[in-house]
Design a protein around this ligand. Structure first.
Ligand code: ZN
Length: 306
């Protein structure tokens, strides 16, 4: 089937028209057309997105369903009055925006709507590092920190969706940083997101060399956050992605610190080698989210897909 996939982020909307092989879910979707749209005000941004799908659909065949992985917080609960909308995001112009309704209204096709990180988790489960894994977490560390969980064979939603980036961490003994989260100060995101690194050190992470002390501290917080989430959900695999989390040197350091952070409470993670089997990079690189959005559309069409 032909699907419209959208990875709706705070800085850009990645849109793709893709063909998904519903008879063979293991096959990577074929991307027919793709465009990246900078995230401006909701109206103009969604207008460009609509025009992309109109013109790509005219060339390749129209999408039969849409899958949207969206920055949050959002309401992903079908039947809820605010389903499909963005809720109290720090990105102020977008609060209350009816993203899913926009697609329903523009194209009259079914719309699957979930968090960006649940979409990415689904992408990894279908075609990436988590193929065949029944319980795992996908965590992105970049502009913010967010996690999607696949638990015993399905995406975890609960009352709405988890907010793994806003759990509390213990501050490192020599870290006096006040935190960067407008809601909680020194939560996981407030201590370890890209903006937290920039606020603490006065420079963007991309400007800090691999030996800068920022990275040892960052690894300390990532190990603590990963350990806390592992203790809560007991994942078989933990995928770490995002602009910050995707740095190979940071993955290495975090693996080294993870056994101590777990303190013996994961019998399968007592050494760096064992931590390296649990904590891995995304199998799809930076493509987990957009491919997972295509997966969301296919999954809503056929619950047996995956
Ligand atoms: Zn927070």
């Amino acid at each position: 089937m032909t699907v419209g996939a959208v990875e709706a982020g705070g800085t850009k909307f990645v849109c793709a028209l893709a063909r998904v092989d519903t008879a063979d879910p293991s096959k990577l979707p074929e991307l027919l057309a793709e465009e990246s749209v900078p995230t401006g005000a909701p109206g103009p941004t969604l207008d460009i997105v609509r025009r992309f799908f109109e013109s790509a659909g005219a060339r390749h065949g129209a999408a039969e369903a849409f899958g949207i992985g969206c920055f949050g917080p959002i309401d992903p609960v079908p039947g809820s009055p605010s389903w499909g909308r963005i809720l109290a995001t720090p990105k102020k112009g977008w609060i209350g925006t009816d993203v899913a309704g926009f697609f329903q209204g523009s194209f009259g096709k079914p719309v699957a709507f979930d968090t960006d990180v649940n979409a990415a988790a689904l992408g990894e489960r279908l075609w990436g590092a988590a193929r065949g894994v029944e319980s795992f977490i996908y965590l992105t560390v970049g502009t913010g920190i967010g996690g999607g969980a696949f638990v015993e064979g399905r995406l975890l939603h609960g009352a709405s969706h988890p907010e793994m980036g806003h759990i509390r961490l213990c501050r490192a003994p020599d870290d006096a940083f006040e935190g960067a989260c407008p809601f909680h100060g020194t939560c996981f995101e407030g201590l370890a997101s890209g903006p937290a690194i920039e606020k603490r050190w006065g420079k963007k992470g991309t400007e800090l060399g691999p030996e800068h002390p920022a990275w040892e501290l960052e690894a300390h917080y990532l190990a603590q956050g990963v350990a806390s989430l592992c203790l809560a959900l007991a994942p078989e695999l933990f995928i770490l992605g995002g602009g910050v989390g995707g740095r190979p040197d940071l993955l290495r350091r975090t693996r080294e610190l993870l056994p101590a952070a777990l303190g013996g409470y994961r019998r399968d993670v007592n050494t760096t080698a064992e931590a390296s089997r649990l904590l891995v990079a995304p199998g799809l690189g930076t493509r987990s989210g957009i491919l997972g959005a295509a997966g969301l559309a296919a999954l809503s069409n056929d619950p047996g897909f995956a």
